[in-house]
Design a protein around this ligand. Structure first.
Ligand SMILES: Nc1ncnc2c1ncn2[C@@H]1O[C@H](COP(=O)(O)OP(=O)(O)OP(=O)(O)O)[C@@H](O)[C@H]1O
Length: 120
């Protein structure tokens, strides 16, 4: 059955709390802010098309989503053990690799869009 409205409200409250936890506790989250501002500024300056805006927004969303999952795993890892554990290490490194992969892909898409506008 479809959850009642109060359950949805609770789900959204938890999700928004998750955003607050990630933004407050995670330095690397803030590293994406200058890049996001630079992308938006370049987008306005170079007057990118609607499709290009959507692609850029998708890239930013994917990077931030990967960062949220990475932060979630870091919290879980801290709860599981404070000892050195190779499985925890692998899980955290793979999560960090996901952020790296999303960031590299976003940089490629952004560079192609802006370079095409500048030199195309
Ligand atoms: N319990 C553990 N066992 C083994 N390796 C670990 C463990 N905790 C962390 N590591 C290693 O340290 C790396 C960094 O861990 P983590 O991301 O939790 O710390 P951090 O440097 O504080 O990161 P951030 O600044 O993003 O919070 C991990 O990618 C992993 O390789």
């Amino acid at each position: 059955m479809f959850p009642p409205a109060e359950r949805w409200a609770e789900k959204y409250r938890c999700a928004l709390r998750g955003v607050a936890v990630a933004v407050r506790g995670e330095d690397s989250f803030w590293a994406h802010i200058p890049a996001t501002i630079a992308v938006a500024a370049l987008g306005f300056w170079l007057e990118v098309s609607l499709t290009e805006w959507l692609l850029l927004a998708l890239c930013i969303g994917v990077v931030l989503t990967a960062e949220l999952f990475n932060t979630a795993l870091e919290h879980l890892a801290k709860a599981v053990t404070s000892e050195h554990d190779e499985h925890v290490r692998n899980a955290l490194d793979v999560a960090a690799a996901a952020v790296l992969a999303a960031s590299v892909m976003a940089k490629i898409v952004g560079t192609v869009i802006f370079a095409t506008r500048l030199f195309g």
